[in-house]
Design a protein around this ligand. Structure first.
Ligand code: ZN
Length: 380
C-alpha cells in the first residue's frame, strides 16, 4: 500500500471557519505548552520527554485547560508529533532548537487523523471532517481508497483547502501494453474495440414499483395534510407540512429509493472504469461535447448522457492517478468507416446494428467497428 495526497478546495460555513480557527489556535497552544515544559525540564536537568510521553501528558493538560476539549483532539496529538520531529532534527544537528510559534506568524494548517470513517466523502459535494461536520468541497471525485488523514489549511488570502491522504494499491495498476477504443451507446453503454460490451443496466426498473408506491403515498399524504392544515387554520392553529410525520416518512422513503438507484449506478461505473484502467495503458474515447447521436430528450438518453459523463470523469482521474492515458477524439465518421479496409461505407440508420463492408466484405458489428475506428483515430 502507498499513500497519496489529494488537494481539495473547501467552502466552510461561518461556524466551521470559527471551529477551524479554534483548532489552529489550540494546536499552537498545545505545542507551545509542551515546548515550555521541555525547556523547563531541561533547565532542571531532566531528560527529553519522547513523543508518546508527551501525548500522555496531553491528558493532564486537558484537565488543567478544559477549553482544550473544544479542539479536534487528534490535531493536538499531531502538534506534539511535529514538536518531537523538530526536536529530533535539533538533536541530529539538522535544525536549530525548536521555537515557540507566534500568534503573529501563525502556522496555518492542522492535521486530523482518519479513524472509523470520521473523514468521509458524502455525495461528491461534501466532506465529513472531525469536529467540523459536513463541509462543502470541490474536487472530491479524485478521492478513492481508504482515507488516512486530512490536513486542513487556511490560506492568508482567506481560501480554505484540505490535503486528503489516501491509501492505494500501486501494483494492481502496472502497465499492460494494451490499448482500447470505446464507443458510447444506448443499449450498450460502451462497446470496446476488443469486442467487450457494457450493458446499459436499468437499475431504476428494479426499484420502479416500490418507488411508484411511495410516490403515490407521498402525494396522497400531502393532500390530506393540506386539508388538515386548512381545517386547523380555521380553528386558529398554524400547522406546517413538517408537522406531519407520515408525509416526512414518505418523503424519506422516496429519497432513499432514489439514492439507492444512484448508488447502484455509481458502483457499476466505478467497477467498470477501474477494470478498464487496470487492463489498458491507453484508453481512447470520443469527446462528449460532439456527441450527437439522438436529438430527442428521452429519459433513457438523459440517463445514458450522465453515465457517459461519469465514465469520462472517472477515467480522467483514474488514468491521471495510475499513470495511464486517456485520449479524447472527435467521433466523426467512426460509424461509417470500415475498420478493416478504411473505406467510407456511408451513413446508416440507427437500427442497422451490423453490416458487411461492400469494399472488402468484412462483417461488422456497428458499435465494435466504431470503437476500433475511435482507437485508430488516436494513432492516426
Ligand atoms: Zn472494408
Amino acid at each position: 500500500m502507498k499513500l497519496k495526497g489529494i488537494k481539495i478546495k473547501l467552502k466552510p460555513s461561518i461556524n466551521q471557519k470559527d471551529q477551524i480557527d479554534i483548532n489552529l489556535n489550540l494546536r499552537r497552544f498545545v505545542k507551545n505548552q509542551m515546548l515550555a515544559m521541555q525547556q523547563a525540564r531541561y533547565g532542571n536537568g531532566g531528560k527529553y520527554l519522547g513523543k508518546f510521553a508527551m501525548i500522555y501528558c496531553l491528558k493532564g493538560l486537558k484537565l488543567e485547560f478544559p477549553f482544550l476539549k473544544l479542539a479536534e483532539s487528534t490535531c493536538l496529538e499531531y502538534a506534539i508529533a511535529d514538536l518531537d520531529q523538530a526536536y529530533q532534527r535539533f538533536f541530529t544537528g539538522q535544525n536549530n532548537r525548536p521555537n515557540f510559534e507566534s500568534r503573529k506568524r501563525p502556522h496555518n494548517s492542522y492535521k486530523s487523523k482518519g479513524i472509523n470513517n470520521n473523514i468521509q466523502v458524502v455525495d461528491n459535494h461534501w466532506i465529513k471532517l472531525p469536529k467540523l461536520g459536513l463541509v462543502k468541497a470541490y474536487g472530491l471525485e479524485r478521492i478513492q481508497g481508504k482515507i488516512k488523514s486530512a490536513v486542513i489549511r487556511k490560506e492568508p488570502t482567506g481560501v480554505y483547502s484540505a490535503t486528503i491522504q489516501v491509501e492505494y494499491e500501486p501494483n494492481a495498476w502496472a502497465k499492460t501494453g494494451k490499448q482500447v477504443g470505446l464507443d458510447l451507446g444506448l443499449t450498450d453503454l460502451v462497446s470496446q474495440s476488443d469486442g467487450y460490451k457494457l450493458k446499459n443496466k436499468q437499475f431504476e426498473r428494479a426499484m420502479a414499483k416500490k418507488r411508484r408506491i411511495w410516490e403515490r403515498k407521498l402525494a396522497r399524504r400531502r393532500l390530506q395534510a393540506k386539508t388538515k392544515m386548512e381545517e386547523a387554520r380555521k380553528a386558529g392553529v398554524e400547522l406546517e407540512l413538517s408537522d406531519f410525520k407520515n408525509v416526512q416518512k414518505a418523503k424519506q422513503q422516496v429519497a432513499r429509493i432514489n439514492k439507492k438507484i444512484a448508488n447502484q449506478r455509481e458502483n457499476y461505473l466505478q467497477q467498470y472504469t477501474t477494470k478498464l484502467v487496470k487492463g489498458f495503458d491507453t484508453i481512447v474515447m470520443e469527446d462528449l461535447k460532439t456527441k450527437n447521436l439522438l436529438q430527442n430528450h428521452h429519459l433513457s438518453r438523459s440517463i445514458a448522457d450522465s453515465a457517459w459523463a461519469k465514465i469520462k470523469s472517472m477515467l480522467t482521474y483514474k488514468c491521471d492517478w495510475y499513470g495511464k492515458e486517456l485520449i479524447l477524439v472527435t467521433p466523426q465518421y467512426t460509424s461509417q468507416i470500415c475498420s478493416a479496409c478504411g473505406e467510407n461505407t456511408g451513413k446508416k440508420p440507427l437500427h442497422i446494428r451490423a453490416f458487411v463492408c461492400p469494399y472488402c466484405g468484412t462483417h461488422h458489428d456497428r458499435d465494435i467497428n466504431a470503437s476500433i475506428n475511435i482507437l485508430n483515430k488516436a494513432f492516426a
